[in-house]
Design a protein around this ligand. Structure first.
Ligand code: DQA
Length: 145
């Protein structure tokens, strides 16, 4: 099956961005590991990062005609602001897991609300880069069913 990993704004800076909050893994480290795990399980995984809301929206739109079966999404700051990205996910109707590196509930109150959690299949936060791996394992076990 085909899995798409989407990363929102500022996640291109992972590794050097507030390492005490987001860890020392770079986005390339995370994507490489996910790609290897997916391949080992017989699935295809691609990832995309963008700082632009419309690019993420258009990537989600393309996912349906492309036949993407599952999305793993860290919307980053758009988590707390973007009705447009929420609507895009509802429109394509592809199951997704929401991932955050940090525990958003232990941080600023404006990070406690997500426009995605109630329509996500599940949410993983606070487990750093491993959270993406756990999301992938969950996706793979469903795709194998
Ligand atoms: C984040 C949490 C968001 O609140 C923040 O804006 C981010 C990253 C995380 O992965 O912990 O950019 O999604």
């Amino acid at each position: 099956a085909s899995i798409l990993v989407l990363h929102g704004p500022n996640l291109n800076l992972l590794g050097s961005r507030e390492p005490g909050v987001y860890g020392s893994a770079t986005l390339a480290d995370i994507d490489t590991r996910l790609q290897l795990s997916a391949k080992a399980a017989g699935h295809h995984l691609q990832s995309m990062q963008s700082n632009a809301e419309y690019e993420l929206i258009e990537r989600i739109h393309l996912a349906r005609p492309e036949g993407i079966n599952f999305i793993i999404f860290n919307p980053a700051a758009f988590t707390h602001t973007s009705i447009a990205l929420r609507d895009a996910l509802l429109a394509v109707d592809i199951p997704f897991i929401e991932v955050h590196l940090s525990n958003v509930h232990a941080r600023d109150s404006f990070r406690h609300h997500s426009y995605f959690s109630d329509i996500a299949q599940g949410v993983i936060c606070g487990l750093a880069a491993a959270g993406y791996e756990y999301a992938l394992q969950a996706a793979i076990s469903q795709l194998n069913e």
